[in-house]
Structures are given as structure tokens and as C-alpha cells.
Design a protein around this ligand. Structure first.
Ligand SMILES: O=C1C[C@@](O)(C(=O)O)C[C@@H](O)[C@@H]1O
Length: 244
């Protein structure tokens, strides 16, 4: 599964069709990510559950033994528009949770309480891990709020607490890193943090050093602002590792 107490590089997959998604995974495999994220909100045919499950099979055939994270990102938190409503989304996640190719699910902390509960139940009854995440595409909340968000994810039963923010200046970037370091010491679950956009790129390279266990990198296509290609991230991480 994922490396604990160490960084895992995750490459999102954003294709719109079964063919695109499968080809994307196939071409990223040689780049050796630690994890794939299927950002299924970009998929054009989510309403057809059987087609989604079939696509998981084709991903399974090409992804080697690299774990797969399944995410349908809400539009309010940076996702694409989908062809399904909220209740269909939760039902689909429940079906996906039972699929053997999927190891982890990502769901937003700010989704309706009963839906978070259902996704949590789907994850634990299928032995899958759950990331509860929070994205702020406008700003960086106060340090107290960021701590509270990560703690809330733990309280709601997440296996990983994730926080993505948008910095307006370098102080915001430093606060995110400080919160990461503090949360790593005080929470009982691992944290995943990043500051988005160019100002935050340093967190994609180095937040792991402060305790974040996943960093998202471009395999073929970016899924959020500020991600850098996996080949370059690999070198940067290796460089710090060598001398730390
Ligand atoms: O939540 C995250 C983190 C992310 O938003 C990022 O900023 O790298 C990228 C998304 O694909 C992923 O689901």
C-alpha cells in the first residue's frame, strides 16, 4: 500500500473516455508513480455505472501493482461538471469501493454529513482507505482553521486528512508548512497538504519534509494549479534526500 512516514507521488488521470483514461495510465506506468488518482469527475460517462466499472477493469489491466485512488471532485472544490447528481455520486462511490482495483477513496469533508458517513462505511467495509479533503481555491485559511480542518477529518474517521489551499503571499505558504509540521505531530492519522499555484510549488516539492505523505505531480496532465512533472519532482526529492 502507501509508504508511511514517507512521501508518495500521486499522478492524477483526467481522461474523458475509457480509451483516454486507459492510455493515460499506460503511458504513466513507466514513470513509476507511487499512486494513481482517477479524477473521475473529468469522465464524460459517469451516469453509466457499468461503464465506469468496466473502465476500472481496463485500468486494472494496465496499472501494474500501483495503487489506485478514486475521486469525484466536487465543482465547488475544483472539480469538473459531471452528468450525475449527489445521490447517484454516493451510490457510484459505494459500487467503486467494492472494486478490487481501487485501494483508496477521496471524498470532501464539506459534503453532507450523511454522505460522508456512507462513503466512510463503504471504504471500511471494503478494506479501502479514505482521504477526507478540503480545498480552498481562493485563499489560505487562518492557521487555527487549517488545524481544525485536519482535526475534523480525523474525527470523521478519515485514514488521511488532506488540505489544499491557495496562498496569496509567501507567509501563507509558510503557515501551511507550519500547520503541516504541527499536524503531523499532533494528529493520529497522516496528513496530505499543498499550497496551489506557482507560489505554492515549493510545497509540492518539499511539504513531505514537513510531514505531508502525498504530493500530486503531472503524469500526463495536471489536475490542479502548480503541479510539476513527475520526472522533475523525482529529481528534486532525491536531491534533498541525499543531503538532509
Ligand atoms: O485533492 C487533490 C489535490 C490536488 O487538488 C492538488 O492540488 O494537487 C489535485 C487533485 O487531483 C487531488 O484530488
Amino acid at each position: 500500500m502507501l509508504k508511511q512516514n514517507d512521501v508518495n507521488i500521486c499522478t492524477p488521470v483526467t481522461g474523458q473516455t475509457m480509451e483516454d483514461v486507459t492510455e493515460e495510465v499506460r503511458s504513466i506506468v513507466p514513470k513509476n508513480p507511487d499512486l494513481f488518482e482517477w479524477r473521475a469527475d473529468h469522465f464524460r460517462n459517469l451516469a453509466d455505472t457499468e461503464h465506469v466499472l468496466e473502465t476500472l477493469e481496463t485500468i486494472g489491466e494496465v496499472k501494474k501493482d500501483i495503487p489506485l485512488l478514486f475521486t469525484i471532485r466536487d465543482q465547488k472544490e475544483g472539480g469538473d461538471q459531471t452528468d450525475i447528481d449527489q445521490s447517484h455520486k454516493v451510490e457510484l462511490i459505494e459500487r467503486v469501493a467494492a472494486n478490487s482495483h481501487v485501494s483508496l477513496l477521496d471524498f470532501e469533508l464539506r459534503q453532507p454529513e450523511e454522505d460522508v458517513e456512507r462513503v466512510k462505511e463503504a471504504a471500511s467495509s471494503n478494506n479501502k482507505q479514505l482521504i477526507l479533503s478540503f480545498h480552498d481555491f481562493d485563499s489560505t485559511p487562518s492557521s487555527e482553521e487549517m488545524h481544525a480542518i485536519l482535526r475534523e477529518a480525523e474525527k470523521k474517521g478519515a485514514d488521511y486528512a488532506k488540505l489544499a489551499v491557495t496562498p496569496e503571499n509567501k507567509q501563507d505558504v509558510l503557515r501551511l508548512l507550519t500547520v503541516t509540521e504541527g499536524a503531523k505531530r499532533s494528529l493520529g492519522i497522516p496528513v496530505i497538504t499543498m499550497a496551489m499555484g506557482g507560489l505554492g510549488t515549493v510545497t509540492r516539492m518539499f511539504a513531505w519534509y514537513f510531514g505531508s505523505v502525498i504530493t500530486y505531480a503531472v503524469g500526463e496532465h495536471a489536475s490542479a494549479p502548480g503541479q510539476i512533472p513527475i520526472e522533475e519532482l523525482d529529481k528534486t526529492i532525491a536531491q534533498l534526500r541525499k543531503y538532509q
